[in-house]
Design a protein around this ligand. Structure first.
Ligand SMILES: [Zn+2]
Length: 272
């Protein structure tokens, strides 16, 4: 497409079996090769947005993102039932080494959950205490040049947590983050922690569950986002980004929801 670009999303935590449909890591590796084979050019999110804004966007530009920030974004992991897993960054390096084309600026924006307490609790409640959510890899990931650590909020207002920053402790839906104080806690506090821990302040925010209240999307982020260092926020409506897109609710396609095989991804890309 000429007047826009798709943003694609994977979750490295989604590893249930060693197959495309059972592992976002296997899907990611295959999808990279499909994108290259079918003539798409991978750019960093900020570069694609700049090119779109300045009228320099090349046709068939695509952007890669990952949500939730498990360590499998950056580190090899010995999975209890699926065995050794290569990380997303390792899969990117393999792709780079095996691909003759030099047109890509290979890059992945990783949206991480900031709160160490929330990550520790989610690890216990949802991931059998496998220690999948540490943050020691954030800084080397930023320094790798292949990954940028971005914000996926303070605590995801996650349904598996006993307590979140939502003022009535209503959890499991990010649309319930709709006051100034809740936005301060979910957005500003997250950016502060991620900057302190990763060495770089996030430039992008991905709404947990792709959900945003009218207040955070239409008031809080347009008014305060730039002061916090944010350039845009991402939802999950399955459309390409165009000049008409709301910068505080950019659309994205999600692996497993919007495509379940390389053939489906090829069809999706062809339809744009
Ligand atoms: Zn998420």
């Amino acid at each position: 497409m000429h007047n826009g670009f798709p943003i694609l999303t994977w979750h490295s935590i989604n590893v249930l079996e060693n197959s495309y449909s059972g592992s976002d890591l296997i899907a990611f590796a295959e999808d990279l090769r499909l994108l290259d084979r079918s003539g798409w050019t991978i750019l960093p999110l900020h570069k694609a947005l700049d090119d779109l804004a300045t009228g320099r966007l090349q046709p068939k530009t695509v952007v890669l993102t990952a949500d939730d920030g498990s360590r499998m974004d950056f580190e090899a992991f010995d999975h209890p039932t699926c065995g050794p897993q290569k990380s997303m960054v390792e899969l990117m390096r393999e792709f780079r080494d095996q691909t003759a084309s030099d047109r890509h600026r290979l890059h992945l924006s990783c949206f991480v959950i900031a709160s160490p307490e929330a990550r520790a609790e989610l690890d216990r409640t949802d991931y059998m205490s496998l220690d999948v959510w540490p943050d020691h890899w954030w800084r080397p990931a930023n320094e790798s040049g292949l990954i940028s650590i971005e914000s996926h909020s303070w605590d995801h207002n996650h349904g598996s947590l006993s307590q979140t920053v939502q003022h009535d402790n209503r959890r499991g839906d990010f649309r319930w983050i709709e006051t100034f104080e809740e936005c301060r806690a979910e957005v500003d506090q997250a950016s502060d922690y991620i900057e302190k821990t990763s060495g770089r302040r996030p430039r992008f925010f991905a709404y947990p569950y792709g959900q945003a209240s009218d207040y955070i999307r239409n008031d809080y982020l347009p008014r305060h986002g730039p002061d916090i260092g944010l350039k845009a926020a991402l939802g999950c409506d399955p459309e390409p980004v165009t000049t008409a897109s709301d910068p505080w609710y950019l659309p994205r396609f999600v692996c497993g929801r919007d495509w379940k095989s390389p053939e489906e991804l090829a069809g999706l890309l062809k339809s744009l």
